[in-house]
Design a protein around this ligand. Structure first.
Ligand code: HEM
Length: 143
């Protein structure tokens, strides 16, 4: 019988966390189904698996700048830029989400003055995010 190494366990944990992240992201993307209250609390909770995901891929992130310059193929470089863009837009979508909070922040005693510009930004960013995710899943599916 083969002995399981810590690398096997790490790969399994990464797989489970990636699945949690994907399901969480899909739930966050359907506020019309979940309702705004659940959308906002889910978005806040979503930050936890997102941070765990980043920590589980910490080695990859630390090695990225060096690999990007010296070792990677053009396809890997494109993927690295794509990932970085995805995270940046995700961050901006989350920040703009807090700026248009109708349930979570008022419930915590922090009512926000919602400006139309933030609503538009949140709307535009999440549309872009959903398109990016669809493209990424398509690429993974096509290998
Ligand atoms: C990655 C994070 C997030 C994603 C992917 C996301 C996704 C979405 C989507 C798809 C919509 C519907 C857009 C539309 O129909 O115009 C929406 C609307 C909304 N989101 Fe988020 N959201 C995120 C974070 C947040 C956060 C953190 C909050 C607040 C705490 C929030 C509050 C809202 C509100 C209040 C609306 C309704 C806005 C309106 O109708 O003008 N979102 N979000």
């Amino acid at each position: 019988m083969q002995t399981r190494t810590w690398r096997d366990s790490l790969a399994k944990t990464q797989y489970v966390m990636d699945s949690v992240l994907l399901i969480g992201f899909i739930l966050v993307c359907i506020p019309k189904v979940t309702g705004i209250w659940a959308h906002e609390w889910l978005s806040l909770l979503f930050i936890i698996p997102l941070i765990i995901h980043l920590l589980l891929h910490w080695d990859w992130m630390v090695a990225l700048p060096k690999n990007f310059i010296h070792r990677q193929s053009n396809k890997d470089r494109f993927n690295a830029i794509w990932d970085a863009l995805f995270y940046l837009v995700m961050l901006m979508a989350t920040v703009s989400g807090f700026l248009v909070s109708e349930a979570l922040l008022p419930q915590l005693g922090l009512p926000v003055d919602i400006l139309p510009v933030w609503s538009k930004l949140h709307h535009d960013l999440v549309i872009w995010l959903c398109q990016c995710l669809a493209y990424t899943l398509l690429c993974i599916g096509l290998g």
